[in-house]
Design a protein around this ligand. Sequence first.
Ligand SMILES: [Zn+2]
Length: 276
Amino acid sequence: MATVTETTIAQKLEALLKLQTIDSALDNIKKVRGDLPEEVRDLEDEIAGLETRLTKFQAEISSFEEQISNYKISKKDSDKLIVKYKEQQMNVRNNREFDAISKEIELQGLEMEIADKRIKEIDFKVLNKNDEVASVESNLHERKKDLEIKQKELEVIIGESEEDEQKFLKDRDKALKSVEERLLKSYTKLRDNAINGLAVVMVKRGACGGCFSSVPPQRQTDIKDKKKLIVCEHCGRILAGVEDPIPAPEKEKKPRGKAATAAAAAAAAAAAVPAE
Ligand SMILES: [Zn+2]
């Protein structure tokens, strides 16, 4: 014997349909925002990447400059040594000493040449790196401008729908409480697989409201009975009910007599009085 608290199939379907309505409303909000949120995220990532590259290039340039300054210091040292050696050469006692010092001078001269060559090479690297820095900087500048534009666009769009979104999210939390876990799992799976995000649909004009495959009359009757959960044979969506067929256009009603209208109005007014 079913207890009063046990949820009937009809109640389960109602809860699911409510959740579906809220989720569809949230889907619509997301659709309006389109790809903008993703585009903004992509731009932010790209900018972060460019900034990292810039920092790396600048560190490389600093290291090149340090190398150049070291070569310049060693050149100065060689220069000092040469001056010292030349003084020593003035005071040699024999040719052998003179030649030995000449060799030292020659060696320091070579050291200086090598340093000059290295400085030139590194200068060239710095030049190239500066070009790269300039190119990254201009790229970065453009991307930042793009981001600013897109962020503003997104802010406007979000501003238009933020209030609604918050309300729907709150409603959703509430609606979730009425849906059992097992059903929620199927619902989520169905929604994930459906392009239109519909997991729970009504039968409309004899067809599934999700995939538009026709639903046989007997099945429609079963759906209306709400004795068990019925899914679309074609797409697997949960069929929550059968929408009443659109009523045939009513014929123009004959205007009733004034007395009848007044009586009807009085009856309606009486019915509207709360029964307290
Ligand atoms: Zn279907």
